[in-house]
Design a protein. Structure first.
Lengths: 184, 184
DNA sequence: CTCGATTGTTGTACCGCGTCCAACAATACG
DNA sequence: CGTATTGTTGGACGCGGTACAACAATCGAG
């Protein structure tokens, strides 16, 4: 199982150095070279641990989304998948980014990345709805609301200082808001 | 009003050359240098006409979204703004991209850009809802659904070959789907 | 201990997007 | 005529990301 040269660093080491720098100089103001220099590794090595600079913040959530995509493709029901998504979520570095977003000067950058993830999740949900017989139009519209509810809940959760409530109940509230527009 | 050197090219000239190349080699397979070469201008000039390569496709929609943002900030009601957004929309190059998305090999690229725009619109809508007294959580969730409905309608409209129906009625249908999930 | 096989690390070269800037060209106006 | 204004161009640069070949450190087999 363990042959070959042992790793000289770790994702956490790099992520830690990166988050420090993000708080000091902002996200855009920090280059990959800066990160690797502080972490004490070469720039090449960085890409052995993260596929991109933004992946430092989003790796955890991206994994959870991938799992949700797979579950949806496998035919699981939408509410169940979304519930599990937020339950299994470990926001790690991302929570730091959300909370200090303004300080890190990445509110805009963060909003954009959030939108991309919302879109990814929405697409998977929409495919599920469509497979269940919904119109493509209706499926995409509803999916956008449901995916948006997930991220609204995650953001609200991260933004509220500890002790934080259950993420699951925030999600329920958000999902009710999507439906309940006509019935306030 | 008109002093100084006259323009030697136009946005349309560049956009036309670009769309040709997108169809030939795909979006990612086309570099800015390729575009300017075919259009007969320098690479520097490109950025006097478009802020980025993707702006070629999205300029029209981005303008419409900016107008919607302003209207929302000015206090206009959400349904009115969304209705006007799709009414005033001239999809121009974007429609080409949507229709030939697969051929251009930009389905993924297109989905991502779409998500970013959906997020931008959703944010503006959410701010409006929040200003109207909604919880931040509820405002973001509902806004995501409404913004998603807009884009679902635009995509459905572009994807359906001519003669296309009214975009406005597609939007209404999509918005009903957001609400009506519980009442099919 | 030595020899591969395997895995991690590093430097370097490269590409494309986007920014910046200084030089130059073409028009209108006084 | 100059002169101000606006457009065009080329070049240099920084950054993110990819590709790859060279090198280092470990393990197991003989």
């Amino acid at each position: 199982m363990s042959t070959g040269r042992p790793r000289a660093t770790s994702r956490d080491t790099i992520a830690e150095a990166a988050c420090e720098l993000f708080l000091e100089r902002g996200f855009e103001g920090t280059t990959v070279a800066d990160i690797t220099q502080r972490a004490g590794v070469s720039r090449s090595s960085f890409f052995n641990y993260f596929t991109s600079k933004s992946a430092i913040l989003w790796a955890g959530l991206d994994e959870a989304i991938s799992a949700a995509e797979a579950a949806l493709r496998a035919g699981e029901r939408v509410p169940d998948v979304l519930g599990r998504l937020v339950d299994e979520l470990v926001p790690d570095s991302l929570a730091v980014g959300i909370v200090h977003g303004a300080a890190m000067g990445i509110s805009a950058e963060l909003a954009e990345e959030r939108a991309v993830r919302t879109g990814r999740l929405a697409r998977a949900v929409a495919d599920r709805h469509a497979a269940d017989g919904m119109t493509r139009l209706a499926a995409e519209a509803r999916a956008a609301g449901e995916a948006g509810a997930v991220f609204a809940a995650v953001w609200a959760w991260a933004s509220s200082g500890p002790p934080r409530g259950r993420l699951g109940s925030l999600l329920d509230e958000a999902l009710r808001a999507v439906d309940g527009g006509a019935v306030p």
